[in-house]
Structures are given as structure tokens and as C-alpha cells.
Ligand binder design. Structure first.
Ligand code: ZN
Length: 536
């Protein structure tokens, strides 16, 4: 890694020759842009303003739409920064983010022909017992390891799959079939092949009465060992309302997407979604999931299941057209639902996406105009936020909590969908600034996707990366990034109390609080990458 912090921050994976090139400059000097040694432009940087989140005095410069080639940007006497402008510059990193999910596959061998150096034998292949009744054993293999740990969680998995499927629905031309995963070339788009690996596992997580187990984990996190060495027993933890409603929504959505490729698989998913919906009807009173005594793996607790139920009602209405589900969606909708949130805790945005893009503007879709109006208004607030920060990042200083990459990528998703919904491209550059943030244009001068950029994340909190004996981390994983909100005490100690929020980050393996990876952080970045692939 290049250890020298530059006074110019760039998208380290390159720029498109069809979109404006932005760089961030941290000094008040003359900035020059050269191509093949010839001066192209110079800009006098005015006295920069201080970015509240980072404490940096920074100016974002729009260099305009540049033609293909190698450029250097220099400011003052400091070393020049090289940038590449080309057609479709983000295909590789977007593909890698999808392939990153392949590397999370559990229960199968990662063969060298697909995984290269990062091969390993099958892991977690033993049957699991129900936590509450250990005499009940089931074979529940498959799915993705959730994050830096080896647990598998239904709600986070459902959200990740939904991001992939909406990427396929809304930006199909931004997805590539060159992933080199075991199913490649089978006539199904690779993004759907990868999502199916999780869906097949999710179907096994349904109990006979229609409810979904909340998670499949051990009672504690594994040490930093390879997954095939992790032999302690796994348990089917109790069922939950949120997991059941999220799986219901995700499986209904999946039915719609997969029926043209495999009707039998699609029917199994719709059947599972309908049985989940019946269980939710029979169990209307929300009970929050809490870890049973003695269990210390990720809880993914939630304060409400209204947003999951709203998303499920929307997806079931989109699939069946039955008034029953429409009425449910109407009854569950309220201004309290955060319709621009797409993460595991707050899934209302996925319900809104279904309503706006799947059900669409029909007379019987009474929610359409209400949600559209509010969605547009929320997007305008997000755009203003992006414009109010020094790096153009759509996150306030207080927003840098655990996994700050999620709200940043979510805000990019919203601004992209604003364009899809209205045809107005005025938020496109703001959305692009979030993609640039993930790839290096930020206060840390770090590309948050492993395997990419001249200053990239090298030590993610990710068990295989930390135990495979290979210096490089597993590629295509996005780090959660700065976390000022809920840091570990040792992180606080190392960084100091006064570290600015956007710099509260350690590229160190133990720092799960700032440098873990997660499937549901990769997936919104995939949506954003696919959109920019489709227009670059
Ligand atoms: Zn595994």
C-alpha cells in the first residue's frame, strides 16, 4: 500500500469518460491537470471550507467530462496523483463486489478454478440442532457467511438478496456474466446465480409452521480460524417475526424474478412466502428477538416488525394482485416508515421500491402517489446533505456509526432511484460522489473495497482473510468504515477522543467496529456500481 497521504483525493479505481471527474483537494494552491505531460487545465483553489465530519479543509473540484487516457493531478509541490479515465471503468470492481459474496459461501468447497488463491474445503456441513429442543436436528447447509464471522442470519440475508434482485430488475445492463462462479454459463445471469445460493439456504430455514428461524450460529463467535476448521455445533436459534416477514418479502420478490428461469424453484419460494405470511397473520403481536441465555453471536435485534411486514405486504401484492395484501400495505404504511432506508434493521425502503417500481402507478395502487411524493422530498434532503459536506458525502457528522458505508450507499441508491422515477438527472453527480467515497475520495484516502486501489483496506475483520496465510485480504469485500458512534474502547484509545467522525477508522483486523465486512454492505454498493456501469 502507498503509505503517503496525498493532498489530492481521487476515486482510486478510475473515472468514466461519460461522467464528470471529481477530485478533492486539501490545500489552497494552484491545481494542475496534465495528460501525457501536457497541461490541460489549471484551477486556483479558493480558501477551502472546513469539512465538519473530518476537520479537513477541502474543496471538491469538478474537472468535467474527460476523454479516455492517463492524467496526473498536482497541487503545489506535493507529488502528483495519477488518474485513469476510460469506458466502463467500474465493471471489475462491481463484479468483484458480487464475487465477494461467492467467497462468503458456506457448506461447499471453494475450488481453485473459481476462488484462485482463496480456495478452501467445504465448511459447516454438520446437521444443526434447534436451540430450544436439541433433539430436533436438521441439515441446513449452504448460504453465505454473514460478515467477518461464520454465522448465517435470515433477515440480513433477505435484505442482501433483495438488493441483488432489485439491481437485476432496475440495472440489468450494469451486471456482467463474467463472475467465474460454479454456475457461470448456465443461461441464468450470474447475479441471480449468486443470490440463489442464499435463497436455497433460506428455504431450509423455514419451520413446518411457516415461521423462520432467526439465525443459524454457534453459541459464540469462532476464533480467527478458517471456516473448515470451525467444528463447534451450530444451532437453529428461535424463530422471529422480523426474520419471518423479511424472508416472506424476499421470497415473494424472488418468485417474480426467477419464474422465467426456473418455475419449480420459483413456486417453492412463493409457497414458502405464503406460509410465512399465514404465520404472521396468526401471530400478530410483535416479539423482539433476543439472544437466548448463553448465546453471544450477532443478535440483529429490532424494535418493530412493521417495516418488514410492510415490505412483505407490498411484495405479495405485486406477485398476487390480491386486495388483501394491498389493504395490509395501506394499513401498515405511515410517515414513521423510513422509506429511504434499505438496511437489515429498517427495510421500508425495499417496500417503497416495490411500490414505486413493481406495482407502479395504477389506480388501485393508492400508496403510489403518497410514497412517490415523500420519496422525492427525502431525496432532495439527501442531495442537500451531500452538497453541505466537504467531500460531498451524504452523511452528517453524527451519521458515522457502525457500518457507516451502509447509509452512504443507501443515500446513493435513493438518489439513483430519484433519477429513475423522475427522469431528472440533477442528483446523478451527488450519487456519484458516494461511489467515489467508497473507492477512495474520502478523508482517509482509502479505497474501502479489498483488492482495489493504491491505498486499499488490507486488514479487514474477516476470519478467512485473517487466517488463510495470504497477505492480501479476500478480494471484493467492502469495509464498514469510520465509526465514531459506537467504537470499541481500544479503538477509542488508539484514535483518541477527538478523532473526527470521518476518520474514526483503523485498518486493523481486531477492529470489527470500523473494519468488518458484511454481505449487506456489499449489496447496496453492487446496486450503485451496476447503475454507474449502465451509464458509463
Ligand atoms: Zn461455513
Amino acid at each position: 500500500m502507498n503509505d503517503q497521504l496525498s493532498n489530492i483525493r481521487i476515486n482510486q479505481t478510475g473515472y468514466s469518460d461519460t461522467l464528470p471527474t471529481h477530485v478533492a483537494v486539501l490545500s489552497g494552491n494552484l491545481m494542475t491537470l496534465s495528460k501525457d505531460g501536457n497541461l490541460q487545465a489549471s484551477t486556483q483553489i479558493e480558501t477551502p471550507e472546513t469539512d465538519e465530519s473530518s476537520g479537513d479543509k477541502v474543496t471538491v473540484i469538478n474537472l468535467g467530462i474527460l476523454s479516455e487516457g492517463e492524467y496526473s493531478v498536482q497541487c503545489g509541490e506535493e507529488y502528483a496523483r495519477h488518474i485513469t479515465v476510460k469506458k466502463n471503468p467500474w465493471k471489475d470492481v462491481t463484479n468483484a463486489l458480487i464475487k465477494g459474496l461467492y467467497y462468503q459461501r458456506c457448506g461447499c468447497e471453494l475450488k481453485a478454478e473459481h476462488a484462485g488463491r482463496f480456495t478452501h474445503p467445504a465448511c459447516h456441513t454438520a446437521p444443526a440442532s434447534e436451540w430450544e429442543n436439541k433433539s430436533v436436528k436438521k441439515l441446513v447447509t449452504g448460504g453465505w457467511h454473514d460478515a467477518g464471522d461464520y454465522g448465517k442470519y435470515v433477515g440480513p440475508g433477505a435484505v442482501t438478496v433483495a438488493h441483488l434482485l432489485y439491481t437485476y430488475i432496475l440495472c440489468p445492463e450494469g451486471c456482467s456474466d463474467e463472475l467465474n462462479i460454479p454456475e457461470s454459463g448456465n443461461g441464468v445471469p450470474d447475479i441471480l446465480n449468486e443470490a440463489r445460493y442464499e435463497l436455497e439456504w433460506m428455504l431450509k430455514m423455514q419451520r413446518d409452521d411457516g415461521a423462520f428461524y432467526h439465525k443459524l450460529t454457534k453459541d459464540h463467535f469462532a476464533p480467527f480460524i478458517m471456516p473448515q476448521e470451525d467444528h463447534d455445533p451450530e444451532y437453529l436459534m428461535p424463530v422471529s417475526h422480523c426474520a419471518t416477514a423479511a424472508a416472506c418479502a424476499c421470497l415473494a420478490l424472488s418468485y417474480r424474478v426467477y419464474r422465467e428461469f426456473d418455475a419449480e424453484f420459483a413456486d417453492r419460494m412463493l409457497d414458502a412466502a405464503l406460509r410465512a405470511s399465514e404465520w404472521l397473520d396468526e401471530n400478530p403481536d410483535f416479539v423482539p428477538f433476543v439472544n437466548p441465555e448463553g448465546v453471544r453471536t450477532g443478535m440483529y435485534g429490532d424494535r418493530s416488525d412493521k417495516d418488514e411486514r410492510f415490505w412483505a405486504a407490498c411484495e405479495l401484492y405485486a406477485v398476487t394482485g390480491e386486495a388483501e395484501y394491498q389493504k395490509k400495505a395501506e394499513a401498515l404504511y405511515s410517515d414513521e416508515l423510513r422509506i429511504t432506508s434499505y438496511g437489515w434493521a429498517e427495510v421500508s425502503g425495499l417496500g417503497a421500491m416495490c411500490c414505486l417500481f413493481e406495482i407502479g402507478d395504477k389506480p388501485e395502487n393508492t400508496l403510489y402517489s403518497v410514497i412517490k411524493e415523500r420519496f422525492i422530498s427525502e431525496c432532495k434532503k439527501i442531495q442537500s446533505l451531500s452538497e453541505s459536506t466537504g467531500y460531498g458525502t451524504a452523511l452528517p457528522p453524527k451519521g458515522y456509526g457502525w457500518g457507516s458505508i451502509l447509509p452512504i450507499m443507501s443515500n446513493a441508491m435513493s438518489m439513483i432511484m430519484y433519477e429513475m422515477l423522475t427522469g431528472d438527472t440533477s442528483m446523478r453527480e451527488n450519487a456519484l460522489m458516494q461511489w467515489n467515497y467508497a473507492l477512495g475520495l474520502n478523508a482517509l484516502d482509502i479505497c474501502f473495497v479489498t483488492g482495489f486501489g493504491e491505498r486499499s483496506v488490507m486488514n479487514p475483520h474477516h476470519r478467512p482473510s485473517g487466517s488463510d496465510g495470504i497477505d492480501d485480504p479476500v478480494p471484493g469485500l467492502i469495509s464498514g468504515g469510520p465509526n465514531k458512534g459506537f467504537p470499541y474502547s481500544q479503538t477509542k484509545e488508539k484514535l483518541g477522543e477527538d478523532v473526527p467522525p470521518a476518520k474514526a477508522y483503523l485498518d486493523e483486523l481486531p477492529s470489527a467496529d470500523t473494519n468488518e465486512i458484511a454481505i449487506y454492505w456489499n449489496s447496496p454498493a453492487i446496486f450503485v456500481g451496476a447503475f454507474f456501469n449502465s451509464i458509463s
